[in-house]
Design a protein around this ligand. Structure first.
Ligand SMILES: [Zn+2]
Length: 272
């Protein structure tokens, strides 16, 4: 009797242990399938990048923003090539840490591990619709965490303000008043400090800057870049992402010594 009880307890223990191992294996397989699913269509890829031309809404003051010149044509030369020139901070782009504080990482030096991470999408479209000068609050970040759990270390924060609906209309996107002051939403210093404390790798936004339009001294840039975060600005298609559950890949142009540069940004979404 005693012996059989011991035996059955042992059996139960074995079953529990093997179930845990199976569950572990299953999770590992699911994560592997996530990337493989890109080619099979089980993972949806959302391109968060605008195509580049010379007519994109740009930061005021730079007359010359982008230029492409045809060097060879298929008709004349048998192949097609162009050369191009552009600002580092134009279109969908990355601000490297070196953009503000001296001595920080340039765009080619950002560790590759920092270019991949879970997306934290904070939706402030209602707030921004009511107030063009809205700045993300710590309370709004805490509200996101109450709904989705603590922001994981290594996450990308993507602030969805709804400003992408104004792209590519420069006047509406900049939203400049009679005094030449721009009005669009951004992050607050307090929210950036909270996100830095959470260990996020970058701050993204669907406007011209992570600092709100009227900012004169770029106070959020001066807080997050020294902490070795980078920024993703002029992001496209954030409306296609869930608030939690997407995975982001940011691939900036590897310009040696660059303060930033054009960046291709993808979000992966499992469909099953
Ligand atoms: Zn920039």
């Amino acid at each position: 009797m005693r012996k059989s009880l011991f035996l059955s307890c042992t059996l139960v223990g074995l079953v529990v242990a093997s179930t845990a191992i199976t569950a572990q294996k299953k999770n590992a397989a699911t994560e592997e399938d996530w990337l493989r699913g890109v080619t099979t269509g089980k993972t949806r890829v959302v391109d968060l990048t605008y195509a580049i031309n010379d007519k994109l809404p740009a930061w005021p003051g730079d007359g010359h923003v982008f230029e492409a010149k045809v060097n060879a044509t298929a008709d004349k030369d048998g192949y097609f090539t162009r050369s191009f020139w552009m600002l580092e901070h134009y279109g969908t782009h990355m601000d490297a840490p070196a953009h503000f504080p001296p001595g920080k990482l340039t765009v080619d030096e950002i560790p590759t591990a920092h270019l991949f991470g879970p997306a934290v999408v904070v939706d402030v479209r209602d707030e921004a619709a009511n107030d063009s000068d809205y700045r993300l609050t710590t309370a709004r970040v805490e509200k996101w965490e109450a709904a989705h759990g603590k922001i994981p270390q290594g996450a990308f924060v993507l602030l969805r303000t709804g400003w992408a609906a104004r792209w590519p209309n420069q006047a509406r996107y900049r939203n400049m008043d009679g005094q030449g002051v721009m009005h669009f939403p951004g992050y607050s210093v307090a929210a950036a400090e909270l996100l830095i404390a959470r260990g996020v790798v970058g701050l993204g936004i669907d406007t011209l800057s992570i600092d709100y339009g009227p900012s004169k001294d770029f106070e959020v840039h001066r807080v997050d870049l020294p902490a070795n975060l980078y920024n993703l600005e002029n992001l496209a298609s954030l409306d296609a992402l869930p608030e939690s559950g997407a995975f982001v890949i940011a691939a900036p142009i590897k310009l040696e010594g660059g303060s930033g540069g054009a960046c291709r940004v993808f979000a992966l979404l499992p469909t099953s």
